[in-house]
Design a protein around this ligand. Structure first.
Ligand code: HAM
Length: 415
């Protein structure tokens, strides 16, 4: 037997119905907030991802040379593709441009629960409105989507990467040394971050300050001790969040984010029941357009880890509506077979999801099958009924049977 590649998954019909259900909820919420869908290719020029992060990122993604000798990468995320699309084709759209996307991403990860090599992101980007209310708008959207999904237990933490970056640069860290330090601080591995800060020339006091900063978490009052532009910006974001009714959002100055492009507000959403892979959403404002040959344009956004939200919802007992057929049509004898197909076609053209016996089973076995596929009604097509231009409709839940005229059948089933 050929197995699927490591870190990938197949989805059963039930799983797909749950996934499509959640996707449709997310889509509805995004549209309600004035965002419109875009789509970009699954693969891009590898350069799109190495430009900001450097060639080391190639170790973490699926990259290869195609038959024309081009360096290609399967997208590890959708922000860089969305911004490439913006710079190429969307700069004439009215600002702010508010877009969302849903699709697979690929990362060469060590697979575990909630961490896959192929996974799905539902994300949004808001482009061209350089104000705190834009950040609040995307945080508000992420919160509304996760709330609408029905997830009960999650927390949102918002910080500002500018505060940490300026602390590092005030401490003497050159801009090229900052990413490695930030990466360690993101993972909170202080025993690796501290030596890097020492090597970069920071004093013990400055290092202590940075470590304390990354552990600063709480209500808006934790900003009191700070000064400067990022702090004021963060305050304004929180004011708008409060107007949007989001009162439980925490300030966390230790949010660093794994990707290099963030410049301002950064935020993460955790679902604690997921343990190690508890981050179900991440985002913030960033600077990419100028890197892709466009004008510098403020943008802010997020991506929800679709698979992780689903895992969390399943742990909380989520039950999505399943799409079983309404009617299952059964001819009682060979002579009624073609009549059964006619009735099936009629019901389908009236928008009633309908299945029909394709196995030439007897009535008893057909009832069992109808039950197994979760049909609501069995439509029994028999000679006696046909003589009265009718069929027998059996409600599988109650076991009740009644004679229904063929011309009334669709209406009766709809009711
Ligand atoms: P990210 O934090 O790298 O951000 O990914 C967003 C979310 O995708 C994560 O919070 C996580 O839930 C999910 N995720 C990441 N890797 C995996 C994986 N291997 N398996 C399953 N789920 C995973 C971004 O990708 C940014 N583009 C977000 C953004 C949009 N920032 C601004 N705009």
């Amino acid at each position: 037997m050929i197995q699927r590649p490591r870190g990938t998954r197949d989805f059963t019909p039930q799983e797909m119905e749950t996934r499509r259900y959640l996707e449709s909820l997310f889509r509805l919420v995004a549209e309600t907030h004035g965002f419109r869908e875009i789509a970009t290719p699954i693969f891009e020029h590898a350069e799109l991802f190495t430009l900001k992060s450097g060639p080391n990122i190639l170790d973490e993604i699926y990259a290869f040379e195609d038959k024309g000798g081009r360096q290609i990468a399967l997208r590890p995320e959708l922000t860089a593709p969305a911004m490439r699309f913006f710079v190429n084709d969307l700069t004439n759209y009215p600002r702010p441009l508010k877009v969302f996307y849903f699709g697979q991403c690929f990362r060469y990860e060590r697979p575990q629960s909630g961490r896959y090599r192929e996974f799905f992101q539902f994300g949004a980007e808001l482009i061209g409105a350089p104000n705190p209310e834009s950040d609040a708008e995307v945080i508000g959207l992420a919160a509304a989507m996760i709330t609408r999904s029905g997830l009960g237990n999650f927390s949102i933490r918002v910080g500002h990467i500018g505060i940490l970056r300026s602390k590092l640069s005030e401490g003497g860290v050159k801009s090229e040394s900052a990413p490695a330090i930030l990466q360690k601080l993101d993972k909170k591995v202080y025993d690796e971050a501290v030596p890097l800060m020492q090597q970069a020339g920071m004093s013990d006091g400055a290092i202590e300050d940075v470590v304390a900063l990354t552990k600063t978490i709480g209500g808006i009052d934790v900003l009191q001790s700070l000064t400067g532009e990022p702090r004021d910006y963060l305050m304004e974001v929180f004011q708008v969040l409060q107007s949007y009714g989001l009162k439980d959002v925490k300030v966390d100055l230790g949010v660093v984010r794994g990707l290099d492009y963030y410049t301002g507000i950064v935020f993460e959403v955790d679902a604690p029941m997921l343990g190690a892979e508890k981050q179900v959403c991440g985002g913030g404002s960033y600077s990419l357009t100028e890197l892709f040959g466009g004008e510098k344009t403020f943008s802010t956004g997020f991506a929800i880890g679709f698979d992780r939200i689903l895992l969390a919802l399943e742990r909380e007992g989520m039950k999505a509506p399943q799409k079983n057929v309404i009617a299952y049509v059964v001819p009682v004898s060979e002579t009624m077979r073609l009549a059964a197909f006619k009735i099936t076609a009629d019901l389908r053209s009236n928008g009633i999801s309908t299945d029909v016996d394709l196995m030439r089973r007897n009535l008893g076995k057909n009832f069992k099958y109808a039950d197994a596929i979760g049909a609501k009604f069995v439509i029994i097509v028999g000679e006696k009924e046909a003589a009265q231009d009718s069929v027998t409709v059996r409600d599988l839940k109650t076991g009740e049977q009644r004679l229904v005229r063929r011309s009334d059948l669709s209406q009766v089933l709809k009711e």
